[in-house]
Design a protein around this ligand. Structure first.
Ligand code: CAA
Length: 248
């Protein structure tokens, strides 16, 4: 049997790249989506990974667009085969206090961070049910659990992701499919580099671990949930936040 296939949305982002590497390191074949191959320099990104001995394929798809996801799924299935592992990692921020938030920035974040999870998962969960196997991991955020200044859009989307996870886990557990959420804390990526410095320092001072996470630390948890042997973990949210937010 050929190796299992993983699809990672936003797999060329800060956390996504490490997820692709971790899954490939476990012997999966890996495909990522990207929105705009030229603007995102996806070929250079792929070549860089190849130099590290890691092969990751890509497909262009705006996961905020349902029809684009229908096409992408057909393309992935024809070119690479059935998807066994789906990681919904695509996400953006458009931070602003709500009293200043532009409706476009509400819509953009809800579309990319939450609607995409429906758009993409909808394409692959039926075939996973038919085959009796699947691993779905949705990337949320500590800020979906705790709320954050300037992030009513992002916190709403990320909280919504775990509601989706719990409901889909119940629908899927009897079909050999696990659906889980991973909620990273603050991770050293270009997304957190964009936080104003004064605010970033204040946030780090509140993290009991005393530092931000490295993206590999998130990817390791995702790869664990993607294993065949961990399928009884289902409908769970796994926080990876250096004790920034602890919940029961
Ligand atoms: N904690 C405490 N105080 C905060 C704060 C925070 N996280 N964010 C903003 N404030 C305070 C500011 O320090 C400032 O206080 P003072 O008036 O006393 O100086 C006040 O709120 C107003 O802030 P700004 O002057 O920056 O106002 P603004 O309208 O220009 O911008 C903002 C507001 C958009 C919230 C901006 O401060 C900001 O971008 N904050 C960071 C938001 C954030 O944490 N985003 C996380 C991005 S990373 C991510 O999302 C990944 C993940 O999953 C964890």
């Amino acid at each position: 049997m050929s190796e299992r296939l993983a699809l990672v949305t936003g797999g060329n982002g800060g956390i996504g790249t490490e997820i692709c590497k971790a899954l490939a390191g476990k012997g999966l074949r890996v495909v990522t989506t990207c929105v705009d191959p030229e603007r995102e320099n996806i070929r250079e990104w792929q070549a860089q990974l190849r130099e590290e001995g890691i092969e990751v394929n890509w497909v262009a798809c705006n996961v905020a667009d349902y029809e684009a996801c229908v096409e992408m799924a057909n393309h992935v299935e024809q070119e690479f085969g059935a998807v066994d592992v789906l990681v919904n990692a695509a996400g953006i921020t458009r931070d602003a206090f709500l009293h200043k938030m532009d409706p476009d920035n509400w819509q953009a974040v809800l579309s990319v961070d939450l609607n995409s999870v429906f758009h993409v998962t909808r394409q692959f969960v039926g075939p996973m049910r038919d085959r009796g196997y699947g691993r779905i991991v949705n990337i949320s955020s500590v800020n979906g659990q705790s709320g954050q200044f300037g992030q009513t859009n992002y916190s709403a989307a990320k909280a919504g992701i775990h509601g989706f996870t719990m409901a889909l886990a119940k629908e899927s557990a009897g079909k050999g499919i696990s659906v889980n959420t991973v909620s990273p804390g603050y991770v050293r990526t270009s997304m957190t580099d964009a936080i104003p410095e004064k605010v970033r320092e204040a946030i780090i001072s509140q993290i009991p671990a005393g530092r931000m996470a490295e993206a590999e630390e998130i990817a390791r948890v995702v790869a664990f949930l993607a294993e065949e042997e961990t399928g009884y973990i289902n409908g769970a949210n796994i926080p990876v936040n250096g004790a920034l937010f602890c919940s029961f």
